[in-house]
Design a protein around this ligand. Structure first.
Ligand SMILES: N[C@@H](CCC(=O)N[C@@H](CS)C(=O)NCC(=O)O)C(=O)O
Length: 292
């Protein structure tokens, strides 16, 4: 679990906070994952909305509670937890309510491996998001904001030197240098997702949810990825079982309400994807052109 050591927390005031505080952004897929999980669990939490479009996660204050500059971040009775999958696990273990983690050791082992894969693919989700969600001018980070993010925050996470921020800084600097996300990044991301989705599809042909024992946080984590890439134009309907599971969970209020974009954003996104398609550059166009 990724809990910060008090020495990693440079924004000291949160060390005295009581209660369950979630720093999140409405449109962030990792934040959506935690909000859906909290809803399924039935826990009450205090909301701190951080607008990543306004670079509010790249300030000295926020970097002081998350040295990676990422959403979501949890403060519980003065302890700071980062990493969405770890936050969900922590809340599942700490609070009453329906269990989101299995008790069977084989399922626990499978889940740990699959959650890691889901997390490892997050930069692929991000590449697709930053290409297809909105026009590049609306998605780019200013150089000044990235400079602040690079300079602020502790160098350590859990008391150990952390290399994660350098990966984040490189992502944003590359995006600015390339004026967006390149076709090569799209091809790489889609090539990663295809075999993974085929595996999920096969599992979902065997049981209703990803674990034989029933609904779990694994469904929430992968559903968030499938939701995001589907909305960006990935042909999820190529995978019949995955698609049916995706639609079934989307019909649940705990899921739908956390991922519904504001109408004006939806309009911008649709218009952007239509413009990409008119240029022959939709996600499916890039896939077809590259034999994917
Ligand atoms: N592995 C991290 C990834 C977190 C992450 O990348 N969050 C995104 C939002 S989904 C973010 O904060 N991006 C920063 C930005 O876009 O400025 C987690 O699961 O919490």
């Amino acid at each position: 679990m990724v809990k910060l050591a008090p020495s990693d927390v440079l924004t000291k005031e949160v060390l005295d906070w009581k209660g369950l505080h979630l720093f999140h952004f409405m449109g962030s897929s990792c934040s959506q994952k935690t909000r859906i999980s909290f809803g399924m669990k039935g826990v009450e939490w205090e909301s701190h909305h951080v607008d990543i479009g306004k670079f509010e996660n790249f300030t000295e204050w926020f970097m002081g509670i998350n040295p990676r500059g990422l959403m979501p971040t949890l403060v519980h009775d003065g302890d700071v937890h980062i990493e969405s999958n770890d936050i969900v696990k922590y809340v599942d273990e700490t609070f009453d309510g329906p269990r989101l983690y299995p008790t069977d050791p084989d399922e626990q082992a499978f889940m740990e491996e699959s959650m890691k894969l889901e997390d490892d693919l997050h930069l692929c989700v991000r590449a697709l998001t930053f290409r297809y969600l909105m026009p590049v001018e609306m998605m780019k980070k200013s150089d000044e904001a990235v400079d602040v993010m690079e300079a602020e925050g502790a160098e350590t996470v859990g008391g150990k030197v952390d290399g994660r921020k350098a990966i984040e800084v490189k992502f944003w600097r590359d995006m600015n240098a390339n004026n967006g996300i390149t076709d090569a990044q799209i091809i790489e991301a889609v090539s990663e997702f295809k075999p993974v989705f085929a595996d999920l599809d096969e599992r979902l042909g065997q049981h209703e949810y990803l674990l034989a024992s029933g609904f779990s946080a694994l469904d929430i984590a992968w559903w968030i990825t499938v939701f995001r890439v589907t909305k960006l134009g990935f042909p999820t309907d190529r995978y019949a079982n995955l698609n049916a599971w995706y639609e079934k969970l989307l019909a649940r209020d705990e899921f739908a309400r956390e991922v519904a974009p504001p109408p004006e954003m939806l309009e911008i996104s649709k218009a952007h994807q239509a413009a990409c398609a008119a240029d022959g550059k939709s996600m499916q166009d890039v896939m077809v052109a590259n034999g994917l």
